[in-house]
Design a protein around this ligand. Structure first.
Ligand code: G4P
Length: 543
């Protein structure tokens, strides 16, 4: 490369980094994540009509059948990465699968984003899955924008919702806009920073962008739409917020210590575009990522680096392929690039990279930090793997997450003993599931997962890729803990009646508890012993 080429390329890389926004939407099922995604795509001009990604209502059945098929094949194709341009920004929206698709992947996706949007149903407030996903974001200290959705329905008081965010999640919430009316009288929002009324009109089936009127609180049309009492209440609320509301502090937001809150209705397209504008204004571009030695890898570095955060098998049932999704952390990626991989001495040529948009694969020529590339994976990659050019880079390992579901896995055909163990080993190494060993001599491995889908994927993949049929026996335990302390003291522990003893990969004893109550009792009863219980991974829902 000549000096001139280097000089030209560097600003281009820096610009590409600066214009990227890579985020995920976290929410409880049914809060409106899919609807908001569609509407962001509508306003991002990535689809012409909302509903093109997933046509609503009449296709609802088709969708669940399709999901059943996916599970049958051991995959979860609903999880995609959407990329679209809005104004000068390139937006990467990573899906965090919920419902039946919930798995450790859902948490791991949050390891690959620079910020998150939290969608809350205005009638329900903070729900359990939102809380869990929020804890993962908090662990990473990533900035979170909150969208309070469904304001066109019967909603709770906005102030009460702000309080709930603060009390349940423990993060200060700064209102950035304020709903005008609620339920059927919901008109739009008052932008607290600009001091403007944004009134939206409904469109047919809400498939097109909602026309917007900008005015102020004295607008006679607003007064007549709301009526005297509601209008007076609105003026009073805004006065109160401007005097005593939590102010927005960009630094606290950037450190994940305050969340700006926006009200709206994704279904009706009310407040979606201003939210998208705020997203590109406030969400950070790709951030440096810590290498194993703690030093930051800067996105605008010339050398390429990326890490694998997700592996999906059998995306295409015709070819038994597996795909590794890698998030680029630094440098420019180009098709046919030769990269290094710590476990493979020889370099790897990335000749078939692509992006996944909904169901379609688009061949990829180049990509930049913040982008996600899908790589064909003939057994090469495991979760957390780093690929790079130049000097060796290894990122800090991705955390494991505390499993909540357990099953014993039995091979149905003893003549396939070898394939069974080989397959299980590979799937554990890939990060598809966690494995424990029984403490007795039964030799029946125990599987541990955060979502039921992981068991189904394991079963289907053992069948399709290793020709092994397994039987799963679901166990009614809810928590697994490593047992640590002095051996003599541990021997004195009186274990609860409903418990199972196991071991982890290193042979450390693990205890499986049936309930949190059992667990607490066990700890309280032995406070005088040198004995403690440690989680197997990051606990997203501390009890
Ligand atoms: P999810 O991905 O978070 O699970 O939620 P999704 O977008 O699928 O929305 C769940 C339900 O909430 C859907 O209704 C959707 O139409 C509705 N919804 C989303 N945003 C709004 C909103 O702003 N206002 C109102 N009133 N409803 C909203 P559904 O009946 O379950 O599905 P469908 O029949 O509409 O497809």
């Amino acid at each position: 490369m000549t000096i001139t080429e280097t000089a030209v390329r560097r600003p281009q890389l820096q610009e590409e980094v600066q214009r990227r926004r890579t985020f995920a939407i976290i929410s409880h099922p049914d809060a409106g994540k899919t609807t908001l995604t569609e509407k962001l795509l509508l306003y991002g001009n990535a689809v012409e009509m909302a509903g093109s990604v997933r046509t609503r209502k009449n296709h609802r059945h088709a969708r669940s059948d399709w999901m059943a098929m996916e599970q049958e094949r051991g995959i979860s194709i609903t999880s995609t990465v959407l990329q679209f341009e809005y104004q000068d920004c390139c937006i990467n929206l990573l899906d965090t699968p919920g419902h039946e698709d919930f798995s450790e992947d859902t948490y791991r996706t949050l390891m690959a984003v620079d910020s998150a949007i939290m969608v809350i149903d205005a009638a329900k407030g903070i729900e359990p899955q939102t809380r869990k996903l929020f804890e993962v974001c908090r662990m990473r200290r990533i900035p979170i924008l909150t969208f309070v959705n469904k304001m066109d329905h019967l909603a709770r008081e906005p102030l009460e919702l702000l309080d709930e965010i603060e009390n349940v999640l423990g993060i200060p919430a700064a209102a950035m806009n304020w709903p005008i009316g609620d339920g059927p009288t919901f008109q739009g929002v008052y932008d607290l920073q600009a001091g403007q009324v944004l009134r939206f009109s409904r469109t047919e089936h809400s498939q097109h962008k909602a026309p917007l009127t900008v005015s102020d609180l004295g607008d006679p049309a607003l007064l007549s739409a709301l009526g005297d009492a509601a209008h007076a209440q609105l003026v009073e609320d805004i006065d109160l917020l401007q005097g005593a509301g939590m102010p927005f502090d960009p630094e606290l937001y950037g450190a994940g210590k305050l969340t700006p809150v926006y009200f709206g209705s994704a279904l009706n397209n009310f407040g979606v575009e201003p939210f998208l504008q705020e997203l590109i204004r406030l969400a950070p571009p790709p951030q440096p990522r810590a290498a194993e030695d703690g030093s930051p890898v800067i996105p605008a570095n010339e050398e390429f680096s990326a890490f694998v955060f997700k592996i999906q098998a059998n995306m295409n049932p015709k070819h038994r392929d597996s795909v590794a999704f890698a998030r680029i952390c630094s440098g420019r990626f180009a098709k046919d690039m030769l990269v290094k991989h710590p476990r493979h001495k020889k370099g790897l040529r990335l000749s078939r990279p692509y992006q996944v948009f909904a169901q379609e694969r688009v061949s990829l020529e180049e990509a930049y930090p913040g982008d996600v590339i899908a790589l064909a994976n003939p057994g090469l990659f495991a979760i957390g793997d780093t690929i790079y050019t130049g000097n060796r880079v290894e990122f800090q390992p991705l955390p494991r997450f505390q499993p909540e579901l357990f099953a014993a896995v039995r091979n149905q055909d003893t003549s396939k003993h070898k394939q069974f163990h080989k397959g299980l080993e590979q799937l554990v190494r890939e990060g598809a599931i966690q494995r424990l060993y029984p403490a007795d001599e039964s030799n029946v491995p125990l599987l541990a997962a955060v979502g039921e889908l992981q068991f189904q994927v394991l079963k289907a993949r053992l069948r399709t890729e290793y020709n092994v049929e397994v039987e799963l026996e679901f166990l009614s335990f809810t928590a697994a803990k490593r047992v640590l302390g002095r051996a003599e003291d541990i021997r004195q522990v009186k274990w609860p009646y409903r418990i199972m003893h196991a071991k982890d990969d290193d042979g450390t004893p693990v205890a499986l508890f049936a309930s949190q109550w059992d667990l607490r009792q066990c700890l309280e009863r032995h406070a005088e012993l040198d004995f403690r219980l440690e989680d197997l991974g990051f606990t997203v829902d501390p009890h």
